[in-house]
Design a protein around this ligand. Structure first.
Ligand code: NAI
Length: 408
């Protein structure tokens, strides 16, 4: 099959295996050119296949030489459908780790379930022993609860409707939107999915099994952003979940004070990921932000951010926490000069001037790249056998599918 992007709004339902792997290889090359991080050695990343989780895993493995165990929820390819980008990304990361003699394995299963936690415990017991860094980077639309019911997260304001500008990703036009406030049930469900409950469950599980090393760090990711998006993000349903993560971090530090656990929320900058594309107004803000930060020379992607988080803050000389006890690598985004310019552009931006004021091309380039499209040097005319791509040399992901296919 010739694999092409199949984009509907903020969703792309295809991914290019060669493009995804080329992207991960490039990320690894960039990380290896930097000074090594004197940091973690055994790392568990929950939500490890795309976005900030993938970047943290890469920074820990290729920046600090850490053994990494990843958890993600990705779909392998079928005869007519490509695998998800995270599947190909993970294969590429594992293959590069294997080449360097670094341990990297991935468990592709629902992180919310107790069975997955047990599988991770068993794997750590067998392969690695206690971990010294646990990263919780899940961005999930829903959570299957132990009783089989489903909690669904929503992105809505709390209390009153949100009126704002947004970018219509099907037409690249700027539109006004109104989003009705969430109900109490929707707020509670969003906190169930994106709050700290499952993060804490993971840490409890690891500690109970004796697999949390003394002085370990655990990080969960958050976003603060500008006042422009407060009503829909920070003061909305997702902000409630982020508040809950912060509360959980404090509880975990207290609960595991005996192990001296450094449980922290780390605040990162806005980037194009599958999760951020779904938030009203945020893609428009990102296009304006990128235009300003690229002009200023301070633009960063996920890998630069996570390298900086580990090398400068968590394991480095800065190690600064804000008043709420969080690590911050969104400092360049929230720089007053950057925000002043972004706000001025936000006030003026319309469908007619968006290409002058915003980095629409950069947004779409990043979006396509998330799925392995638009990468230099990749042969997009190659005829791809999607089932054969499910297992990649040097990667454990898909090996069981291959065995199943062989024995069928
Ligand atoms: P993403 O969509 O790129 O990655 C989500 C990851 O979670 C993937 O590895 C996916 O496989 C995994 N996942 C989803 N559901 C799962 C499940 N049930 N079981 C196992 N794995 C599952 O997301 P992104 O944007 O990297 O977000 C990660 C964290 O970073 C979130 O907490 C987000 O709020 C935060 N963040 C994101 C920013 C952005 O601009 N994208 C900015 C600052 C923070």
């Amino acid at each position: 099959m010739i694999v092409k992007p199949k984009i509907r709004g903020f969703i792309c339902t295809s991914a290019h295996p060669d493009g995804c792997r080329a992207q991960v290889d490039a990320m690894i090359r960039m990380l290896e050119q930097r000074l090594p991080i004197v940091g973690p050695k055994r790392v568990l990343v929950i939500g490890a296949s795309t976005g900030y989780g993938l970047a943290t895993r890469a920074a820990a493995a290729f920046g600090a030489g850490a053994a990494t165990l990843g958890v993600c929820y990705e779909r392998p390819g079928s005869e007519r459908r490509t695998a998800t980008a995270g599947w190909y990304n993970t294969q590429a990361l594992e293959a590069q780790a294997t080449k360097r003699g670094l341990y990297a394995r991935t468990i592709n299963a629902d992180a919310f379930s107790q069975e997955t936690k047990q599988q991770v415990i068993d794997t750590l017991r067998r392969d690695l022993g206690p971990v010294d860094l646990v990263v919780y980077s899940l961005a999930a639309p829903r959570r299957q609860e132990a009783d089989g019911s489903i909690s669904t997260s929503v992105i809505k304001p709390v209390g009153s409707p949100y009126y704002g500008k947004t970018l219509d990703l099907t037409t690249n036009e700027v539109r006004d939107i109104r989003v009705e406030p969430a109900t109490d049930e929707e707020i509670a469900a969003t906190v169930r999915v994106m709050g700290g409950d499952d993060w804490a469950a993971w840490i409890d599980c690891l500690a109970d099994a004796g697999l949390l090393a003394p002085n370990a760090t655990t990080l969960a990711y958050s976003y603060v952003g500008p006042s422009l998006t407060f009503a829909i993000y920070r003061d909305g349903t997702i902000g409630r979940a982020k508040d809950d993560l912060e509360h959980t971090a404090a509880c975990l530090r207290e609960r595991y004070a005996g192990l001296r656990l450094n449980a922290r929320v780390a605040v990162a900058k806005a980037v194009v990921t599958q999760a951020s594309a779904a938030i009203p107004s945020v893609p428009l803000y990102i296009t304006l932000l990128f235009a300003v930060m690229k002009r200023q020379g301070s633009h960063e992607g996920t890998a630069e951010q996570m390298f900086r988080l580990l090398s400068e803050h968590v394991y480095g000389p800065l190690g600064r926490l804000d008043d709420a006890g969080r690590y911050r690598v969104d400092d360049l985004e929230l720089d007053p000069a950057v925000q002043h310019d972004v706000i001025a552009r936000w006030q003026r931006v319309t469908s007619d001037n968006i290409r002058q004021l915003a980095d629409i091309e950069g947004y779409w380039q990043d979006f396509h790249r998330l799925f392995g499209f638009g990468i230099d040097g990749v042969d997009y005319d190659r005829d791809i056998d999607l089932l054969a791509e499910n297992h990649y040399p040097g990667s454990s992901l898909g090996a069981d599918l291959e065995e199943r296919t062989d024995s069928d």
